[in-house]
Design a protein around this ligand. Structure first.
Ligand code: PMV
Length: 336
């Protein structure tokens, strides 16, 4: 065994079809910005919670002849998505981890590309499946590194629970607290958003190139990460929540300061931020965070999720409310 890798004898040619699942995750401390020229290496460290109710299931079948085929939610993927996934498979082939061609069928139980972290669960489930076909056995660290090459946040869906994802040369996420030991949950409040989404990949690059506050954001992200690790150690929800809100607002401020600016929010986003603050003033321990989209995620104690969800459902502009307990790491459902 070296660097989490050991040679797997015999299995290579045997596995034909694998079915996996991974949970989406929402960052408490955000990853925004990549190291230029790297292999999808984040410029900021991040911390996240995986969400059990938002998952992607992926079935991967191996062919010895033919071309890769990609299906998303039961239909043939667009050229753009097919290209992204086949070049991801090419990377595994170039690393000589897998050979042959594959049929990939991926199904998310939540809207794809709506700021609900679909690439995180999607690439984590895919990496987990490909690992079953790998010539060598891949440890969790290696798998998280490989998932990161598909989508940065996918590194954290490999480990699940409450995970930390430091920066470095070839970074991987690590599990800080197992999902079953967490007393927090999240309520996803999805809203109507007319704005066409700019992918996080494009948004990050544009922010890096044009925001006058980008360097400041990178420094701040590193500080917030350390602070958050301390707050988590103390299981101090108030401190965790305050830091999470400050970090998400700093990220969005940096994004909005890009030229031309990117604004992922809709009017309902700001309305919900204000509501969450007013619920807190009334004594409820609730805190918000927002990814590269208009939807708002509320962190609270598991016991408060029902109350938060019932309040959220009554708000104008809210499309759907999803309560979620923390989820585990990427897993194999079946193999043949
Ligand atoms: O790895 P991506 O492309 O899903 O980018 C993640 C960006 C954010 O969701 C905004 C932040 C994060 O750390 O998940």
């Amino acid at each position: 065994m070296r660097d989490g890798i050991s040679v797997r004898a015999g299995r290579y040619a045997v596995i034909k079809r694998v079915h996996t699942r991974a949970f989406s995750n929402i960052a408490l401390i955000k990853y925004w910005g990549k190291v230029p020229g790297g292999d999808n290496i984040p410029a900021t460290p991040s911390i996240s919670i995986a969400l059990r109710e938002l998952s992607t299931e992926t079935e991967v079948e191996r062919f010895d002849v033919g071309e890769d085929r990609v299906f998303i939610n039961g239909v043939k993927a667009t050229d753009k998505d097919t290209e992204r996934i086949t070049s991801y498979l090419d990377m595994w082939r170039e690393l000589e981890l897998i050979e042959g061609n594959y049929s990939i069928s991926s199904r998310a139980n939540f809207p794809i590309a709506a700021g609900l972290a679909s690439s995180a669960s999607g690439f984590a489930a895919l990496a987990k499946a490909l690992a079953e076909f790998s010539r060598i056995k891949l440890g969790k660290r290696k798998l998280s590194q490989l998932a990161r090459r598909g989508s940065g946040s996918a590194a954290r869906s490999v480990t699940g629970g409450l995970s930390a994802f430091p920066v470095g040369k070839d970074p991987a996420a690590r599990l800080l607290i197992d999902a079953r030991r967490l007393s927090y949950g999240m309520v996803a409040i999805t809203v109507d958003s007319a704005r066409k989404k700019i992918s996080s990949r494009e948004g990050m690059e544009h922010t890096r190139q044009t925001s006058p506050f980008y360097n400041k954001w990178i420094k701040l992200g590193a500080q917030d990460y350390k602070e958050m690790l301390r707050a988590i150690n103390l299981r101090n929800l108030t401190r965790i929540g305050e830091l999470m809100e400050s970090n998400t607002l700093a990220m969005h401020s940096c994004i909005m300061s890009a030229r031309p600016p990117i604004v992922y929010w809709s009017p309902a986003t700001i309305y919900i931020i204000q509501k969450v603050r007013s619920w807190r003033d009334e004594g409820l321990d609730v805190y918000f965070t927002i990814d590269a989209g208009a939807n708002v995620f509320v962190l609270c104690m598991k016991d408060d999720m029902d109350l938060v969800a019932s309040k959220a459902e009554k708000l104008q502009g809210v499309v759907k409310v999803i309560k979620s307990e923390p989820g585990g790491g990427a897993e194999v459902i079946s193999r043949q």
